[in-house]
Design a protein around this ligand. Structure first.
Ligand SMILES: Cc1cc2nc3c(=O)[nH]c(=O)nc-3n(C[C@H](O)[C@H](O)[C@H](O)COP(=O)(O)OP(=O)(O)OC[C@H]3O[C@@H](n4cnc5c(N)ncnc54)[C@H](O)[C@@H]3O)c2cc1C
Length: 499
């Protein structure tokens, strides 16, 4: 069946937005748990993979281990646990082939608006064809928004004074020029997050010198690129069982590290500092460059596979400067301290612009839905928005661990609705409920966007849980019926209780 045959005038059961790791995962769960449902995936780009296809900078890789970032249903077989983007893309292409999803994906179709009709109990999506500029509409009972969490069109770059006076090239990692030649050049990478620590060692071999220019240091920890235990388990027990066990081991490991950092920040700081010191020259200024002003895991830790960043620093092909930028000048960057860092190329690894649903407008019977007034329900739905799944993964662990559980919950909800002939479900928050920001995470890109995002409550089921064990309880094992969920059938509205 071709995509055009799927996107007919007939309403679909589910439209999945986005063919990234979340959307492809959701399609697997629908295919296996609800083989009778008609669904399609709308993808605004012309290929699958989302993040892992969009970002093309040197060294682009995960910082999660793929034994937890991979799908629960599909073993990760590659020996690299911290894997580069091409390997992740191969895995995603395989997942698409395994479930024969090719004909379900409509490429170059960007959903720009969605309007819920109470009378029809359907969403009408306005879809822009990104190749021709035409628009069309698609009707669907459900939307699974696997749209990621940032603006695809534009990365975040702060205003830098004097930018126009710099005579070299300025590049953002989200828009990496295919032909960028940095061999023998002086490169300054502005930033200290996961992207910066990936770029610096990857460019260091070829560039004349790479300087990582950070305003604030980040916690950086070395991890083996290959997970020896996982690889041995897969070899001896077979891919399926070995993967299952490795996944469990790594979930526990992540939980332990996160909780240790949260409970014993002082000790965690010491351990990280000791690890850094062991990998750097004796006279390296750890206090300036590797001593963040916040506690470990108040922001995401940066992982460097096999300590590659430290190797580049030791070799002298890369260095770190910590300071505030005063302005760009003709031949580089002047710091507030007066120091000049020379550059032929400046890479602004300054982050993302957070955005939900690719910037879509949501309406109910033509009335705009203000997302900032909605509250996340179990991290799966938004209050008062019917038949709409929000696919936001973990920020303190592998994103996909949460997405898999969201998909399980969603499929169970569909089963419940089919069994009871319900046509919609929405979450209704108790009046006067206290709320707080959607994400409790100190990263700059999160802080910049909080006032444009939905909120969460302070107690279950209105919280964005960031713990696998809690989500297993509520999303895999918990009821899909509670006092906050209002199910509707064509004739009636029912609020069901667990009791
Ligand atoms: C450089 C980088 C590295 C990362 N590394 C990790 C990591 O190691 N571990 C981790 O857990 N997380 C990581 N993340 C977070 C990462 O984005 C997620 O883990 C994961 O890839 C998100 O997958 P997704 O499918 O939900 O979204 P995305 O990968 O963002 O894919 C969303 C897809 O939806 C499409 N889309 C968006 N809006 C619309 C629309 N309105 N209509 C149609 N299509 C639409 C987009 O074109 C895109 O293809 C990283 C993020 C970045 C930027």
């Amino acid at each position: 069946m071709t995509t055009d045959a799927i996107l007919t005038d007939q309403p679909l059961d589910v439209v999945i937005l986005g063919a990234g790791i979340s959307g492809i995962g959701a399609a697997h769960y629908l295919t296996t748990e609800h083989p009778g449902k008609a669904f399609a995936i709308l993808e605004s780009r012309d290929s699958i993979g989302g993040t892992w296809d969009l970002f093309r900078y040197p060294g682009i890789r995960s910082d999660s281990d793929l034994n937890t970032f991979g799908y629960e249903f599909k073993p990760w077989r590659d020996p690299q646990a911290i894997a580069d983007a091409p390997r992740i893309l191969d895995y995603l292409h395989e997942a698409v082939a395994d479930d024969r999803l090719e004909s379900k994906i409509a490429f170059r179709r960007r959903a720009v608006a969605a309007d819920w009709s109470e009378a029809d109990q359907l969403w009408t999506l306005t879809v822009r064809h990104t190749d021709t500029g035409e628009t069309s509409t698609v009707r669907t009972r459900w939307v699974f928004a696997g749209t990621g969490y940032y603006n695809y069109d534009e990365g975040f770059t702060p205003e830098f004074a004097g930018r126009e006076s710099f005579t070299g090239q300025v590049v953002h990692p989200q828009h990496w020029p295919e032909d960028l030649d940095y061999a023998g050049k002086k490169v300054v990478v502005i930033g200290s997050g996961a992207t910066a620590v990936t770029l610096v060692p990857s460019m260091a071999g070829e560039a004349e010198h790479v300087t990582m220019l950070q305003r604030t240091p980040t916690y950086v920890i070395p991890l083996p690129r290959e997970d020896m235990i996982a690889n041995v388990l897969k070899k001896t027990l077979g891919a399926e069982r070995g993967y299952k066990l490795s996944r469990r081991k790594n979930i526990l490991q992540q939980k332990f590290v996160y909780q240790f950092c949260q409970r014993f920040p002082g000790a965690a700081r010491k351990v990280i500092r000791g690890t850094n010191a062991a990998l750097l020259p004796r006279d390296f200024d750890l206090d300036t460059h590797f001593n963040p002003p916040y506690n470990p895991w108040d922001q995401r830790l940066c992982v460097v596979p096999d300590g590659d960043l430290f190797k580049a620093l030791r070799a002298g092909s890369a260095s770190i400067e910590t300071g505030r930028i005063k302005r760009f000048v003709e031949n580089g960057i002047e710091l507030e301290s007066g120091e000049l860092i020379e550059a032929d190329i400046i890479v602004t690894a300054t982050g993302l612009n957070l955005q939900l649903f690719g910037g879509m407008e949501l309406r109910r019977d033509g009335e705009p839905i203000d997302l900032t007034e909605t509250v996340a329900y179990r991290g799966v739905m938004l209050s008062t928005v019917p038949n709409w799944v929000l696919a936001i993964g973990y920020t303190n662990s592998s994103w996909t661990l949460k997405i898999g559980l969201i998909c399980e919950y969603f499929c169970r909800m569909l089963t419940h609705m089919d069994e009871n002939s319900y046509t919609s479900v929405r979450a209704i928050p108790p009046t006067g409920m206290q709320t707080r920001p959607l994400l409790d995470f100190g990263a700059g890109y999160v802080k910049r966007a909080l006032d444009r995002l939905p909120v969460q409550g302070t107690t279950a089921p209105w919280t964005m849980t960031m713990a696998v064990s809690a989500d297993v309880k509520q999303l895999r094992k918990g009821e899909v019926v509670d006092d906050c969920l209002q199910y509707t059938s064509a004739e009636t509205t029912v609020t069901e209780s667990v009791a």
